[in-house]
Design a binder for this molecule. Structure first.
Ligand code: INI
Length: 167
């Protein structure tokens, strides 16, 4: 403890971490770029390529179920979800984007394993492409999601363990 109290912050050293990346095939011209960005960040920060599992699902709506399975398997320290939900003229967007976000949150709360929301929700394709830049940096949401995953794994390792609820 310092004079100011405690301070916790995750480091972005991914050495030894095992990471699963689940990606939606819907709009795969976008999600493929997010995946490249995520792999770039993991590689730059010490995650071994052999410790990364790549999983594809049909679309963003399927991400929560698969993320929960991966997170609960005990095989991974974090799960990164990548998707691109692009608003057309249909209310489908709101259902897909909303349920995807809620399901991903539930997967991480239920399992205690970080499940990162690397899902673009944009009005059009141009906006999506602008967030899926081909440089491995923060203009690529997949890159940003991977950095979040590493930081969260390290942060949770530092924080006090959760107490089991009293019977
Ligand atoms: N899935 C996406 O990942 N992005 C979208 O933009 C999208 N739109 O627009 O419909 C989308 N729909 C498919 C959805 O994720 C499911 O795969 C489908 O509904 C079957 O459950």
């Amino acid at each position: 403890m310092t004079a100011e109290g405690y301070r916790y912050q995750g480091d972005v050293d991914g050495r030894g971490m095992r990471i699963a990346i689940a990606s939606g095939r819907f709009n795969d011209h976008v999600t493929g770029r997010l995946l490249t960005g995520a792999r770039g960040a993991l590689g730059d920060h010490g995650v071994d390529e052999g410790s990364i599992a790549e999983v594809w699902v049909p679309g963003a709506f399927e991400l929560p179920l698969v993320a929960k399975r991966l997170a609960g398997s005990g095989e991974f320290d974090a799960v990164i979800c990548l998707g691109a939900v692009i608003r057309g003229d249909t209310p489908h967007f709101d259902y897909v984007a909303g349920e995807c976000a809620a399901g991903i949150m539930r997967a991480q709360l239920d399992t205690g394993v970080p499940v990162v929301f690397g899902v673009l929700t944009t009005d059009d394709l141009d906006q999506a492409m602008a967030r899926a830049g081909d440089e491995p940096d923060a203009r690529n949401k997949g890159f940003e999601a991977a950095m979040t995953a590493i930081e969260m794994v390290d942060l949770l390792r530092q924080l006090p363990k959760a107490q089991l609820p009293k019977p």
